[in-house]
Design a binder for this molecule. Structure first.
Ligand code: SAM
Length: 255
């Protein structure tokens, strides 16, 4: 068995039932443009290759790339490299992206993919359960934050099922979950740089009020949103309103 490397967040799936569930959740069609992030030893890759005419996969670990190449699968288009530096514009669209993501960099991967949302049909990922819960959290909850607001401004999200640590080798210390993300046909966000900057600032000091966190952005006179609240109380619609109020103020100086 391949010795897992911690720094690459390697936890290989070994549970055939879970693998079947994941493939069923992806429901690949022959002509789909699939991209798998982190194919590893091929737990999801091999069954996917049975179903599609071509599969792109990006893997950072050169030893695993060599292993996957040794399977000699003609329909596997393997890219060696870092997904965070990978230009998805080089792949056919619309893309369906899948993967059991390396948990140590799952949020940066999600933010990277956000930049390519126009090219994406959907994404089915295994993530740490806690990260899925953060993405799907409602306002007012302690785990609601930047990831929840930003991901849900651009994607519809659904937790599909939970996966226990025993389904992996080595077993992670945490539970995992499968999430499905689909780009919204129309995002409520009209100014993405401003919106993401504002959301990041609002959550930068969770214990402080919005008035404090957004001091350099706008004052209470410039918005109807009550700035004596903390960021975690605001809905996505509230953040959209704040962005619009801010934009109305001085659009060109803020970026
Ligand atoms: N798909 C396999 C499975 O389910 O058994 C492996 C999943 S493992 C959790 C994550 C995989 O992502 C590993 O193969 C790891 O080497 C790869 N990986 C880690 N960081 C990466 C990066 N920045 N870019 C591409 N692949 C990466």
């Amino acid at each position: 068995m391949y010795k897992a490397r911690k720094r690459f967040g390697q936890n290989f799936l070994i549970d055939d039932t879970i693998i079947e569930h994941i493939i069923a959740a992806i429901a690949p069609k022959k002509d789909d443009n699939l991209l798998e992030i982190g194919p590893g030893t091929g737990a999801i890759t091999l069954p996917l290759l049975e179903k599609v005419s071509q599969l792109h996969a990006i893997e950072i670990d050169t030893n695993l790339v060599a292993l996957l190449k040794s399977f000699k699968k003609n329909n596997l288009d393997l890219h060696q490299g870092d997904i965070l530096k990978f230009d998805l514009n080089t792949l056919p669209r619309p893309l369906r992206i899948v993967g059991n993501l390396p948990y140590n960099i799952s949020s940066p991967i999600l933010f990277h993919l956000l930049e390519y949302r126009m090219r994406i049909q959907d994404m089915t990922f295994m993530l740490q359960k806690e990260v899925v819960e953060r993405i799907t959290a409602k306002n007012g909850s302690k785990i609601y934050g930047r990831l929840s607001v930003i991901m849900r401004a651009f994607f519809s999200v659904e937790l599909l099922f939970i996966v226990p640590p025993e389904s992996f080798n080595p077993a992670p210390k945490v539970k995992s979950a499968i999430i499905h993300l689909k780009p919204l046909i129309k995002t409520p966000v009209s100014n993405k740089p401003l919106f993401t900057k504002l959301v990041a600032a609002a959550f930068s000091q969770r214990r402080k009020t919005l008035k404090n966190c957004l001091k350099s952005f706008l004052t209470q006179q410039q918005t109807e949103i009550d700035l004596s609240q903390r960021a975690e109380m605001l809905t996505l619609a509230d953040f959209i309103t704040l962005t619009q109020d801010l934009e109305a103020r001085q659009p060109q100086n803020l970026l």
